[in-house]
Write a new protein. Structure first.
Length: 107
């Protein structure tokens, strides 16, 4: 499982029947900054993920990949490799808050 940020969306009008109606979002995995360990930083990689929780652009989310991506009721019969399974409310590392959804909304 990874923390990622939703950076965009994908529209694909031509796709296999099982994917019709699936919301596709572009996500970038994030990690804790190595130096200060006080914030999340992007990894520079991007993936297309199926959204199962109603995430939106600029939100931090939890993603799963590989066989785990097909273990949700919504994706068990889909040809997917990355799925959004949660929306992150806060992240704490070494007893410090490095992300808070509510504080991020007010910026």
């Amino acid at each position: 499982m990874f923390v990622a940020k939703v950076t965009g969306s994908i529209v694909a009008t031509q796709k296999v029947d099982s994917m019709v109606g699936q919301k596709l979002l572009v996500v970038e995995p994030y990690r804790v900054e190595a130096g200060n360990r006080d914030r999340l930083v992007g990894t520079g990689r991007t993936f297309v993920a199926v959204d199962t929780v109603g995430a939106g652009e600029d939100e931090f989310v939890l993603i799963v990949q590989g066989s785990s991506a097909r273990l949700t009721p919504e994706t068990k019969n889909l040809p997917v490799d990355t799925v959004i399974v949660g929306i992150v409310d806060s992240v704490h590392v070494d007893h410090r808050g490095v992300y808070n959804r509510e504080k991020n909304r007010t910026k």
